[in-house]
Ligand binder design. Structure first.
Ligand code: 2M8
Length: 457
């Protein structure tokens, strides 16, 4: 099936039931593992997408997912990228809680026994919280409980967004700085190659990777050289005791991440809706509105006319990061586009570099464009397609009124899940499922799409 061919996928009637089984299988009561073995902890942005899935099964359980995550929020407002599962034996996931030692090193970290990493991930949480509310409303479950959940979460979300808009953007650029590729969620994307190449790995204690025990085909996971750099960056963050000012002064990896920043813009718009619902003070609303505007202006400064994409910026060199990845479509997620920018972005999306590539098995965006020289179809964020990314772009297209494109993307993405199962990621040409099976956020995306057939466009 080529990208240009209209598809009429057959969606198995039990797909929603199977998706629900995946979530239930990964449910540890109050929070959900990102995947059964490869990811046995609670991941921040996975959790937000997972909550959307839960909303279709049990609104209270959906709310609980976010509540558990935010119980581990740092005093700085940061929502940590992983909240560790104390029941996981040492060595089963690496680097583990003891390695990060966040409570020992930083007064801002949550108190033991809660243990987390010292990094964060894209802020999709307000988007998820609002989606839960929408689902509850549709199901006639927009109860006092659901409203109380949003009222309770609102100040935490505000503190989270404030942290990102200040500590992570001391320049006031509207763009969020990440300290580590893990913060982008797109770990080994070519977006990080140049900044990582500039990192000199120092005296790193020996370590054993746990991921390769679960995914034995090494080509699907980051390389050892990449892992050395990931761990060296963690080492440096630990030496700075996770202190933002110290990190900003000395850290060798500081990059303005456009997709992260665009998600923050969209999340701020969701936060405005929540603010309205919970009757937050006008001053909060004015602040959030400023963040939205600043974020969009920041993204405007990252536009690359030749590629028709938005590019990350390396803070250390001041240079744009020239790559063709799905992150380049960040302004579609941020919204508020003028017609020229919108036309250019949609042309890039439809082009042979992305959805119009004739060899795609399903017309869903590859993480890295097959036209990028560093494209690798089986290697993690260097080419494969990611079901929850399809959800994010479907949601974004709908939000900006591109209903027909959203409808097509949803149909193709569902056909992919019907064909490849609840895989973590998928080879874009062959449709081979890669990484972990039974990945929670893949199941959550399926549940959200299947619960609302009228929501297709
Ligand atoms: C992947 O990242 C983790 C590190 O955070 C890993 O490779 O061990 C990424 O795909 C990330 O976006 C995701 O949140 C996580 C869990 O699904 O796995």
């Amino acid at each position: 099936m080529s990208a240009g061919t209209p598809t009429a996928p057959t969606i198995p009637s039990d797909l929603a039931a199977r998706a629900a089984e995946v979530l239930r299988g990964n449910d540890l009561g109050g929070w959900t593992k990102a995947a059964p073995r490869l990811y046995p902890h609670q991941w921040s942005w996975d959790s937000a997408f997972i909550a959307i899935g839960w909303a279709h099964l049990d609104v209270r359980r959906a709310a609980e997912e976010l509540r558990t995550l935010f119980a581990a929020q740092w005093a700085t407002g940061m929502v940590p990228h992983i909240v560790f599962n104390p029941a996981v034996p040492p060595g089963a996931y690496f680097p583990d809680a003891a390695y990060w030692a966040s409570a020992e090193l930083s007064p801002a970290a949550p108190q033991l026994p809660v243990e987390t990493t010292g990094l964060c991930q894209p802020p999709v949480h307000a988007i998820a919280a609002w989606r839960i509310w929408e689902v509850a409303q549709r199901a006639g479950e927009a109860t006092d409980d659901a409203r109380a959940f949003l009222a309770d979460l609102y100040p935490k979300l505000l503190a989270w967004h404030r942290y990102l808009s200040t500590a992570r953007d001391p320049e006031g650029s509207g763009l969020v700085t990440i300290y580590h590729p893990w913060e982008s969620g797109a770990d080994n994307s070519p977006r990080w190659d140049a900044a990582l190449a500039a990192v000199t790995v120092g005296d790193l204690p020996p370590y054993t990777r746990a991921d390769l025990r679960h995914v034995t085909d090494r080509s699907q996971r980051p390389t050892d050289a990449e892992y050395d750099r990931y761990l060296w960056l963690v080492e440096l963050l630990k030496r700075a005791r996770y202190d933002e000012v110290a990190v900003y002064r000395s850290h060798p990896f500081l990059v303005k991440d456009v997709l992260f920043s665009a998600i923050l813009v969209a999340a701020n718009e969701a936060l405005l809706q929540i603010a309205e619902l919970v009757d937050a003070p006008d001053t909060d609303r004015a602040t959030i509105t400023d963040w939205v505007e600043r974020g969009r202006q920041g993204l405007n400064t990252c536009w690359d006319t030749d590629l028709g994409l938005c590019l990350d910026r390396d803070v250390r060199t001041g240079q744009p990061v020239v790559t063709r990845t799905v992150a380049g479509f960040a302004p579609l997620v941020a919204g508020g586009l003028d017609s020229e920018r919108r036309t250019a972005l949609l042309a890039s999306l439809d082009s042979r570099a992305f959805l119009g590539h004739p060899d795609l098995r399903w017309a869903v965006p590859p993480s890295t464009s097959p036209h990028d020289p560093r494209f690798r179809p089986r290697s993690y964020w260097r080419g494969p397609t990611w079901p929850f990314m399809n959800w994010l772009f479907w949601w974004a297209l709908k939000r900006i009124g591109e209903h027909e494109r959203a409808r097509r993307l949803r149909a193709e993405a569902l056909a992919q899940i019907a064909g490849a199962g609840f895989a973590e990621y998928v080879e874009p040409f062959t449709g081979e499922p890669l990484g972990s099976g039974d990945q929670s956020w893949t199941a959550a995306a399926a549940l959200d799409w299947l619960a609302n057939p009228d929501d297709a466009a």
